[in-house]
Design a protein. Structure first.
Length: 740
């Protein structure tokens, strides 16, 4: 065995291990001091990124079961049954820190990683989404210029990787707030399809079965990546470029096809993506799930660089690599498949019955540790929590504390908000039509959808979170992220089934941030239970702060729903002149955390009202059932900027004017953000049936206007349709490209 390390205090500090954790390590190793390889392994496996040590306490209790859930959290991705022997496999992951340091590669490898999570399960990826948060991009100061650079780099990275892989990016969200000035968020979602009897899991079992390495060669890129992602940013963080991996989508495309060919054989026991912490996490996770031991010869791992050490091989985060547990005697069959696709492949070890990880370097043992404690005994921290002091101040303020603004001025400001305008500049860089199954594409409002060729159904998906709501009410805001993603899916006529999440928060060592996180988890539990949309996979990203300033709590939620008929995917923009517009739901003058206060007064304040899940479920039921009966032409939920902005979006995207009149208590309430509302486009002959159906479900239904004309008119505000379209479609590109 290699010698224990010298300068122990410095080594522990650089590996972000505490003295208490080192005492645990000594106990696990029966009093023996670890060598540098073993310290590296403990550091990676017990990092926040891999062990969830700060968050695990609060993730327990997430609803994870339903009759349609095949695989919940704990695998590479979640799996739900979509009928006819088919399943949807999906997950969301963060790549925040790497994308801030190196936007192109950080975002590209985020896409690469999430795609591997999907096809490792045996599924072919068929749809990607992304949820992006940036800081201030308007203005000529250095912050705005740098944020625009980050937007361009991140979008380029996502587009380059997804397009090369031939997987359509069919939707997502992009939002902006100063809280992300020092720490942007890049969350990537992918969904794949697989037959229910062809799902693969990341397990290693069967004494004597070979462990095989496939994919790209290992280099030193990404060393310490998992540990870097478990720390806050400072001014020195930009020097961390070496911890950002470099992606190669062309190799990953070959790896995808080789793996899918491999899955047609019965030659393997399990397969695991080498993601964060590379060979370390993949090997420990595969063996840990079955209680097996592993022996690996690191000198047999294909190397891209000279002079690499056992430490480098175990902790590298080089991309496009997989670890396979094969059936003994089938090695050559697997080697032939991967060599045919031009990929590296090597037998690097075998399964043992020791329950230990034994690593060798040219015959010398360089690591010997029990697997279960390293995988399962990462410290579960009970960090202190404290309700943030800022909440008293922000909750005490309301829209009435600000000077009134003319409704027409407010309308034009809200319409031009970067939160509202079309992001064609972003999604036009993504191929959304490759594979030819996209039926509701980016920019078409609310959820996106793809057809499932195998069974004639459609899957709808939407990623959502309003960080302003989460800032003023961490529990209520997280619950509403679940609600909003579900409502968007329902607006396409699909029934929401399950979520994956990406929980982005600040520094867990700050009790106020930990309180926000705990509350956010409670909100998700409450909403998923009430709406019967269990959590099947997810990710936690902490330490999203720079120089002590944390991002707004941002629990991004991606909802997946099923439409029984791919020909009945409901549009969200106006379809036909002369149709009627029906408003479903109550308008109560709610402005807490609203875009109205943010855009007009530059603040994020107010309170969220109590929420009625029964009303929300009734709204979903109305749209889904009315769509099945062919009663609706379009449906759009009402959210940011209220009724006036929702109608404007429907008009701009549908290229049709609208005239609407809404009874409100105050004229500004056309911009309010009351929940559980939708705008339905209905032809005259179906109007009575839709209104009657709404009433039976206990929902308020008002016929508020008609589609048609050359302007968008809502009560006393009005703009020519051409002007609305120019603002809506061109503002974003003008902003992001201003210094090119």
């Amino acid at each position: 065995m290699s010698q224990p390390v010298e300068n122990l205090d410095e080594v522990l500090k650089s590996h972000k291990l505490s003295k208490e954790e080192y005492e645990d390590i000594l106990r696990i190793l029966d009093g023996r001091h670890p060598n540098i390889v073993e310290i590296g392994i403990f550091s990676a496996m017990w990092s926040e990124h891999c062990s969830y040590k700060s968050s695990k306490k609060y993730l327990n209790g997430f609803p994870t079961k339903a009759p349609w859930v095949i695989q919940g959290p704990g695998e590479n991705a979640g799996v739900i049954d979509i009928g006819d022997g088919m399943a949807a496999v999906f997950k969301m992951e963060s790549h925040n820190h790497p994308s801030y340091i190196e936007p192109f590669q950080g975002a590209a490898t985020g896409v690469g990683g999430i795609l591997r999570d999907i096809f490792t399960m045996g599924a072919r990826p068929v749809a990607n989404l992304n949820a992006l948060r940036f800081g201030k991009v308007r203005g000529n100061d250095e912050t705005a210029k740098y944020q625009r650079h980050l937007v361009r780099g991140v979008v380029d990275g996502i587009g380059s990787y997804g397009n090369c892989m031939g997987v359509p990016t069919i939707g997502g969200e992009v939002s902006f707030d100063e809280s992300y000035n020092g720490n942007i968020l890049v969350n990537a979602f992918s969904l794949g399809l697989v037959k229910t009897d062809e799902i693969f899991l990341g397990v290693a079992s069967g004494v004597g079965n070979p462990v095989m390495y496939v994919g790209s060669k290992t280099g030193r890129d990404g060393l310490g990546g998992a540990v870097m992602s478990s720390d806050s940013f400072t001014e020195e963080s930009k020097s961390l470029r070496p911890t950002v991996q470099v992606g190669d989508p062309f190799t990953e495309k070959l790896l995808l096809e080789a793996c899918l060919e491999l899955f047609k054989t019965d030659a393997i026991i399990g397969i695991q993506d080498m993601g964060a912490a590379g060979l370390t996490s993949s090997s420990f996770e595969m063996a840990g799930k079955t209680g097996a031991g592993l022996r690996m010869d690191l000198d047999k791992v294909p190397a891209r660089e000279e002079g690499m050490t056992p430490y480098d091989f175990m902790l590298s985060e080089s991309q496009e690599r997989m670890l396979i547990c094969a059936k003994k005697g089938r090695e050559q069959e697997i080697i032939d498949i991967f060599e045919k696709w031009g990929l590296d492949v090597a037998v690097i070890g075998e399964v043992t019955d020791t329950e230990r990880m034994e690593l060798f370097w040219h015959g010398e043992k360089v690591c010997d540790m029990p697997i279960a404690p390293v995988s399962e005994e990462a410290p579960v921290l009970d960090r202190p929590t404290k309700r943030p002091e800022y909440l008293d101040e922000v909750n005490a303020k309301s829209v009435d504390d600000f000077a009134p603004v003319e409704d027409q001025e407010a309308y034009e400001k809200l319409l031009a908000s970067l939160e509202v305008v079309d992001k064609a500049w972003v999604y036009n860089q993504y191929d959304s039509m490759v594979q030819t199954n996209t039926t509701k594409h980016p920019g078409s409002l609310d959820a996106s959808a793809i057809r499932v060729k195998e069974n004639g159904k459609a899957l709808a998906m939407s990623s959502d979170c309003n960080p302003r709501y989460c800032y003023i009410d961490p529990k209520g805001g997280a619950a509403l992220a679940v609600v909003e993603s579900g409502r968007n899916v329902a607006m396409t006529g699909a029934r929401p089934l399950s979520i994956t999440d990406c929980l982005n928060y600040g520094n867990p060592e700050n009790p106020e941030v930990m309180w926000q996180f705990a509350q956010g988890c409670e909100g998700i539990k409450e909403a998923c239970s009430a709406l019967n949309t269990p959590v099947v996979s997810g990710n936690v990203s902490l330490y999203n702060e720079t120089n002590g300033v944390s991002v707004f709590p941002t629990p991004a939620i991606a909802m997946v729903g099923l439409n029984e008929d791919e020909k009945r995917v409901l549009p969200s923009s106006f379809q036909e002149e002369g149709s009627h517009v029906v408003l479903i739901g109550e308008t109560d003058g709610e402005f807490g955390g609203s875009l109205y206060i943010k855009e007009l007064y530059g603040e994020t304040v107010g309170k969220l009202p109590a929420f009625d899940y029964e009303k929300e479920l009734a709204l979903w039921e109305l749209v889904i059932e009315a769509n099945k009966q062919g009663l609706l032409k379009a449906a759009k939920d009402v959210n940011l900027g209220g009724i006036a902005i929702a109608l404007s979006k429907m008009a701009a995207v549908g290229d049709k004017g609208v005239t609407a009149g809404i009874k409100v208590k105050q004229s500004r309430d056309i911009f309010d953000e009351s929940q559980s509302r939708a705008l339905l486009e209905v032809s005259k002959e179906h109007l009575d049936a839709v209104v009657e159906m709404a009433k039976k479900l206990g929902l308020k239904a008002d016929i508020i206007g008609k589609v048609g004309g050359e302007s968008v008119k809502v009560n006393d505000v009005e703009l020519p349709l051409d002007r609305v379209k120019d603002i809506y479609f061109n503002t974003f590109a003008r902003t992001i490209e201003q210094d090119l």
